[in-house]
Design a protein around this ligand. Structure first.
Ligand SMILES: [Ca+2]
Length: 333
């Protein structure tokens, strides 16, 4: 079925009506014209085509898979000065009773600079390789929580299976310090968001595990794109309410590159012409939809909304509205 250019606008609205079995076309609202709704005689097969086009337009996305830029493990064992900066493994959860029942927490940060500024993130997943766990059948929850303070990866390296950690070196993250010897966490064990961004049940069976995309994971990464200086990564938390819940995952230093932590980010790059916020292709490229789009991205604190590129906090402010209006007035080629 041929579709004229108008029909490529506002496809999301059409999708709603398609589910009702009634296909209607919303004429793109012009700044000085009332919104008009008129029915069109598309059969449901035509509806499917429309939905397909909508999906194609909405999923014009790129994807990157990143290794951590740093990772480390902190250990609660007194006096809280153990670390494992350059080891092959990361740990999360509690040890068994014979090993004091102490907790381990892993820290991971990813450099997002390969994602174009102004991109809109749509999905984020983390994959870790479980390489050791107590031989007790059953799953324990392992969660990711956004860290609120920076931390270090020094030169410590735990021996053997690495579960006992190693004495921290200057600049290492430990249970007490985010930079050993110079800066304490403030709260021992790390400072992070009280609500996890993602959680997954991790059984004792070794292999790859994926923390699937959640709105909070997406907003974490989107926020870090907008404000890279606030990107301190996540803490990986095991279940610390019981003994023997610890899980060991391969780190960014593991010799098997394919088994290292992988963060996959799906994103839509910014439009070629900034003011064409919704990326519409039919004429006129600039219309009221771009204002709605800008407001939505501003409300969602997306990097795109930082039109003037300011770096002082808050990055998004009234200057971005002025900037958007100026770019809109200047038009698109
Ligand atoms: Ca490391």
């Amino acid at each position: 079925m041929a579709l004229n250019s108008e029909e490529r606008h506002e496809t999301g609205v059409k999708a709603t009506w398609c589910w009702n079995g009634v296909t209607r076309w919303v004429v793109p609202a012009l700044p000085h014209a009332p919104r008009e709704v008129r029915p069109v005689n598309y059969p449901m097969t035509g509806c499917a085509v429309l939905l397909g086009l909508a999906a194609a337009a909405a999923t014009r996305a790129d994807q990157v898979t990143l290794s951590p830029s740093k990772d480390n493990t902190i250990f609660s064992d007194p006096p809280g000065t153990l670390s494992n900066a350059t080891g092959s493994y990361l740990f999360a959860g509690r040890t068994g009773g014979l090993a004091s029942g102490a907790s381990r927490r892993a820290l991971l940060r990813f450099d997002l600079s390969s994602i174009p500024a102004g991109s809109t993130v749509s999905a984020v997943t983390l994959t870790l390789r479980l390489s050791k766990a107590p031989r007790i059948p059953g799953s324990w929850t392992v969660s990711l929580a956004r860290l609120s303070a920076d931390w270090g990866e020094g030169t410590s390296q735990a021996p053997g299976e690495e579960g006992a950690g190693a004495p921290a070196t200057p600049g290492d993250a430990t249970w007490n310090d985010r930079f050993f010897g110079s800066l304490a966490w403030g709260t021992a064990g790390g400072v992070f968001a009280p609500t996890p961004s993602a959680s997954a049940p991790i059984p004792e069976v070794l292999g790859d595990y994926v923390w699937g995309s959640t709105p909070t994971l997406v907003s974490d990464v989107q926020g870090w794109l907008t404000n890279p200086a606030g990107n301190f990564g996540w803490v990986l938390l095991g279940d610390e309410s019981a003994l023997s819940t610890a899980r060991r995952f391969n780190s960014r230093e593991h010799i098997d590159v394919a088994s290292r932590p992988r963060l996959t980010v799906t994103f839509a790059p910014p439009p070629a012409c900034y003011a064409n916020c919704d990326g519409s292709t039919a004429a006129p490229a600039l219309n009221v939809g771009d204002f709605t789009c800008f407001l939505q991205k501003y409300a969602a604190q997306e990097a795109y909304a930082n039109c003037d590129g300011s770096t002082a906090a808050p990055a998004l402010n009234v200057g971005d509205f002025t900037c958007f209006l100026q770019k809109y007035a200047a038009g698109c080629p």
